[in-house]
Design a protein around this ligand. Structure first.
Ligand code: FMN
Ligand code: CDP
Ligand code: MG
Length: 236
């Protein structure tokens, strides 16, 4: 839990972020005075001010000082931090459920093929996923909403792919989330896995998917086609 937060952002700061969000901070700027915040936190003005500063340093809020206080806006990173908390509570009370992410098929750098074929990974895919993956990753550009919901996927248990090395270099670890891939005609393909490499050129807006078959052929997909990726909780 703590490792996914910035060093200076812990639960005390998250509590402040939550208050800001309750005041409407996800929808626009909210007016904040440190003394009011301090009262609600049952803490000193100094403490309230320090926590706001930590949130700003972590990039979770943006602030504008005005004469009688400050205008505070929660950033996308701040929203993601809250979303992680929300997902934890949802999981506590509801248990794990499917997470469906939406996006469009895109071409990438043609590197997926190389990595999937490497023996150090390939051996693990066969053993741990139970299939020999098609050499490549289907890249999916997520919609804005699905970018936010990605946090829910990452709270599910993943199949861990371990780091390894050959004579020349080391290769990073990765997480595989079991999924079903669906096209807009309602055709579905499984088994498949969303693969999240620890080292990647892609940002949060892209998903990479592996499967035993070429998904473009199985589901008749071309660039810009819409797909739904239903990530299912692990059964074991
Ligand atoms: C299993 C796996 C392991 C990877 N390991 C590394 C790595 O060790 N170092 C690295 O720079 N990128 C690594 N990558 C990420 C690729 O560099 C790249 O971000 C991505 O897979 C490219 O996909 P694309 O060709 O589909 O765009 C890995 C990717 C996969 C799928
Ligand atoms: N299971 C898979 C894996 C990759 N692919 C496709 O196979 C090709 C090779 O994958 P890649 O990851 O090396 O290439 P790019 O994603 O970089 O374009 C790409 O066109 C992928 O979209 C697929 O259709 N089904
Ligand atoms: Mg790819």
């Amino acid at each position: 839990m703590a490792q996914r937060m910035d060093a200076d952002v812990g639960y005390d700061e998250l509590a402040v972020l939550k208050l800001l969000a309750l005041d409407g901070g996800l929808r626009g700027e909210v007016k904040v005075s440190c003394s009011d915040l301090a009262g609600r936190l049952d803490a000193s003005n100094q403490t309230a001010s320090r926590r706001l500063q930590a949130l700003e340093d972590a990039g979770f809020v943006e602030r504008d000082l005005v004469t009688d206080g400050q205008l505070v806006d929660i950033t996308d990173a701040g929203e993601r931090a809250l979303q992680h908390e929300y997902e934890d509570y949802r999981r506590i009370f509801d248990g794990p459920t499917d997470v469906t992410l939406h996006g469009t098929v895109t071409g990438g750098m043609g590197e997926g093929r190389h990595y999937i074929s490497l023996s150090g990974y390939n051996r693990q895919f066969n053993e741990k996923l139970g299939y020999d993956p098609y050499p490549g990753t289907l890249n999916v550009e997520l919609t804005e909403q699905s970018r936010r919901e990605r946090a829910a996927m990452e709270r599910l248990d993943a199949v861990p792919i371990d780091a390894w090395e050959d004579e020349e270099r080391t290769y990073g670890s990765a997480s595989c989330y079991p999924c079903t891939v669906e096209n807009t005609e309602g055709d579905a393909f499984a088994p498949a896995h969303v693969i999240v490499p620890d080292r990647t050129h892609h940002d949060e807006s892209k998903l990479e998917i592996i499967a035993p078959e070429k998904l473009r052929d199985e589901l008749g997909l071309v660039d810009d086609d819409t797909v739904a990726v239903r990530v299912t909780p692990r059964e074991d």
